[in-house]
Design a protein around this ligand. Structure first.
Ligand code: C2O
Ligand code: CU
Length: 580
């Protein structure tokens, strides 16, 4: 079983155990003997079954099991030790075991809450909070049931509660000092290149209406079109892009997704520049020195901004290209897929390059039917030794790009996205739903990792948790138990080779995206990457996965490092890489 499924199964069993204990307790209060004993038996089995799932999770990595081993296991043992013997001795009035069953329910339930609300890393504060909750709930229930706790028990309860309050502040106060992420001041000095621009564009952001799937829907757009104008350049060009904001109240910027521009051109409001307000403008200028498929999007209120349409394609070609070269950005606008580009027909034998871009916040599945093809590039970088694929689907993470190349066949070709034909030269009678999915970590020809060692290592454990640091508590997407802006920045020095271990212990996919650098994939779940070197800027870390990626810190500045499910990024899953 994959670690992701184990996490889910363990959660289900934990919910089952806690609710069966509580249900058994309630049934015994109501003197429903068979029901109470039946639920208690279920609870006992479920609680003991967690020994298996927790052991398996601990073997998959301490990150997945820390709080379960340190908090859930002792509380579950207490539950079984208290309720088990009393159940065996339960003759006569079943109400006599009610408090024991309720205690077991509170113990397993509060351990579950620790996992759901706090998760990783396990802290003494969280453990004591859990224990204090159990003690308080048991004492109150005991009173209600007419049982008088003994003196020592009450004293112990008070002591635990006080200790929990004192150390529990560990839950609400960041252990590290507040990170020094600049906010709307002290932006990098514009090191704008002085060379004359060779490609000039103007993008004006504004509200508009566009047609999506046959319906007019409200959108935010660059130059009144979604996607915005396709920006194209040839390697060596100097791009100058003037951004104007007509009426986007949340502000606009341009972030060149995957394009490793100088930091002051990166377009992150509050970090590299101030957001461009209505009536204002900002001029970006950088040299196009990486060929490949990229895209640009606003980074101001990025979740709603990109979703509403403030994005477009950036393609840099190495020189003049023959054949057909088209971009297929996929985007969902208010729940409706936007139309794909108009299909151009070419004669058989003409080389075709389809540049697939996922501009949504979730993964899409692409299936190219009717021809064999190569995955020539991922995230703008050419793969080494790609081999022909037939009847194989690819999964593109949020923000990611795949370039598929093939020679046009005489028969029709059709590109399906999540089962919907978006780009077809004619009808293709194939069903693509059962096709295997390409694993890029095993595709193409391998090459040695270019670094013998790492100067810095960072671990990012992705999870959910209650963030109590703001004015209102929120259920945040967290990194190492903290949410933006409280996640300490990762500090590196220029020239460092940096290793990231990224662990997903949540139940959802997190498409990871570091600005300003492509990372080289080293391993996933302990399996070294075996195919072409993969230099990615967007990669899906699925539930239970552990990715190891590395990069050379060669682009100084302050860089966003976040989940590209932009709703997650907004809800806490954003941190920063900083050069000292
Ligand atoms: Cu495409 Cu910070 O994002
Ligand atoms: Cu995410």
């Amino acid at each position: 079983m994959s670690t992701g499924s184990l996490l889910a199964v363990d959660l289900v069993i934990a919910v089952l155990a806690a609710s069966a204990w509580l249900g058994g307790g309630a049934a015994s209060v109501a003197r429903r003997r068979p029901l109470a004993l039946g639920l208690a038996a279920v609870a006992l089995v479920a609680t003991l079954a967690r020994a298996i799932t927790i052991t398996a999770l601990a073997r998959a990595g301490w990150w997945f099991a820390a709080e379960k081993v340190l908090i859930a296991v002792p509380l579950s043992l207490a539950a079984v030790a208290v309720a088990g013997p009393r159940l065996l001795r339960a003759r006569g009035d079943v109400r006599a075991v009610a408090l024991a069953l309720l205690f077991a329910g509170y113990a397993t339930g509060s351990a579950l809450l620790v996992t759901v609300l706090h998760g990783y890393p396990a802290s003494a504060g969280a453990g004591l909070f859990a224990v204090a909750g159990v003690v308080a709930a048991t004492v109150i229930s005991g009173r209600a049931l007419g049982a008088r706790p003994s003196r020592p028990v009450s004293r112990a309860a008070v002591a635990v509660a006080v200790a929990a309050l004192v150390t529990g502040t560990g839950l609400t106060v960041a252990p590290e000092a507040t990170p020094a992420v600049p906010h709307d001041h002290g932006f990098p000095a514009a090191a704008r290149i002085s060379a004359e621009p060779t490609r000039r564009f103007t993008l004006t952001a504004g509200t508009t209406t566009v047609n999506a799937d046959g319906r007019d829907v409200a959108a935010w757009a660059f130059n009144a079109q979604v996607p915005g104008p396709e920006l194209t350049a040839t390697v060596g060009d100097i791009l100058e892009v003037t951004l104007r904001n007509r009426d986007i109240g949340r502000g606009v910027t341009l972030h060149w997704h995957g394009y490793d521009v100088p930091n002051d051109q990166d377009g992150v409001p509050g970090v590299t520049q101030a957001a461009v307000r209505p009536g204002q403008e900002f001029v970006y200028r950088f040299r196009a020195d990486q060929a490949g498929t990229y895209w640009y999007h606003t980074h101001s209120a990025s979740d709603v901004g990109v979703r509403m349409g403030l994005y477009g394609v950036l393609v840099v070609r190495p020189g003049p290209v023959g054949g057909l070269d088209v971009t297929v950005p996929v985007h969902t606008l208010t729940g409706r897929p936007l139309p794909a580009p108009t299909v151009q027909r070419v004669e058989a034998g003409v080389p075709v390059r389809l540049r697939l871009i996922n501009t949504d916040s979730t993964t899409h599945r692409y299936a190219l039917a009717g021809t064999a093809f190569l995955v020539a590039a991922i995230d703008g970088v050419d793969l080494r030794g790609p081999t022909p694929l037939v009847d194989t689907a690819v999964l593109i993470p949020a923000g990611g790009r795949y370039d598929l190349v093939f020679d046009a066949p005489a028969t029709p070709v059709s590109l399906f996205v999540d089962g919907r034909a978006v780009y077809s030269t004619g009808p293709v009678s194939t069903t693509t739903g059962a096709w295997p999915v390409l694993d890029p970590l095993g595709y193409g020809a391998a090459a040695a990792v270019p670094w013998p060692r790492f100067d810095r290592t960072f671990t990012l454990v992705l999870d959910r948790g209650l963030d109590l640091r703001g004015l209102l508590p929120r259920y945040a997407h967290t990194v190492n138990g903290a949410a933006d802006p409280d996640i300490p920045p990762q500090v590196v020095r220029r020239g460092d080779v940096v290793l990231f271990t990224i662990v997903n212990r949540s139940q959802v996919v997190h498409p990871w995206h570091l600005h300003g650098h492509h990372v080289l994939v080293l391993a996933r779940d302990g399996e070294p990457a075996a195919g072409s070197p993969l230099w990615l800027d967007s990669f899906d870390v699925r539930p239970g996965e552990v990715w190891k990626v590395a990069f050379r810190a060669d682009n100084p500045g302050m860089w966003a490092n976040h989940c590209h499910n932009l709703a997650h990024a907004d809800a806490g899953m954003t941190l920063h890489l900083m050069y000292s």
